[in-house]
Design a protein around this ligand. Sequence first.
Ligand code: 13P
Ligand code: SF4
Length: 328
Amino acid sequence: MTVMPADLSGIDVRAEIERLRKERNAVILAHYYQRPELQDLADFVGDSLELSRKAAETDADVIAFCGVKFMADTAKILSPNKIVVLPDINAGCSLEDSCPPEKFKAFREAHPDHIALTYINCSTEVKALSDIIVTSSSAETILQQIPADQKIIFGPDRHLGGYLSRKFNREMLLWPGVCIVHEAFSETELLKLKAQHPGAPIAAHPECPPHIVDHADYVGSTSGILQYAATIPQDTLIVATEPHIIHQMQLSIPNKTFIGAPGADGNCNCNICPYMALNTLEKLYVALRDLTPRVEIEEPLRLAAKKSLDRMLEMASGTIGKGDLGSR
Ligand code: 13P
Ligand code: SF4
């Protein structure tokens, strides 16, 4: 149930979140695509790999996950004895939606000699049907550990899969899913922006289609892009990923200018993730107060999904979660 902000008039939501965070022994985890006010009060802000690691190692009793459902599900899979709440339970993901478990199962059965290397942006059921999970910051390290003659299915993001396939000259069967947010960047508008800022490099998330990635000076995960922004000598960077990450860049690198890559209408606001945006300060307060909406997963399904996630955590143990995809 979603409580509207109007019901909360007279309540100091920030003060209440602080009180409840202590009272509940809660940790607040946030993804870089969350609204700035949620990033600012989180105990930890990170990419998908870093957030999974935090969820697995926390000693809090409650994890309040400011992100999307597959991220909160991952936290519950890795920390089953914690209460995991997601401020808005409808915060889904177009990649997860593109890959119904029964269709994925049939696809796997049609290719029995392939292993399934699967992007973390998928349902718990699809994780349970997969061999190894990857995030954008761990995909390269993990792919390099798979023998060259091993056939691979990669899903659900065909752009990340295609990018890896081109970079490593490795054939993979790609599931046809896309992120609606990264799909919406416009090559024409990006080139116009680049012409206005010829000295500014372009950093892109690998969920972007090839016509965007091909213009990028750096391709990597959200944390990788942040690290790149801090290390480049230029004072301006064009950022082709969800624009809320720019908040974190402005906090950590205040002397540089960050420009969101545009969509077809010439501005970057069409690239705000509509799912991530469902979480608000008010909904976080209600989630901590009522300990709902709560993520629950049946134990057999959780154990099946945990195997592929554990493989990711083992195989990515050498990565620091800082976007090891690196430059093209
Ligand atoms: P990373 O933060 O792991 O780069 O992934 C971004 C993402 O897919 C969130 O939707
Ligand atoms: Fe899913 Fe794309 Fe939103 Fe990430 S940005 S949660 S991949 S829809």
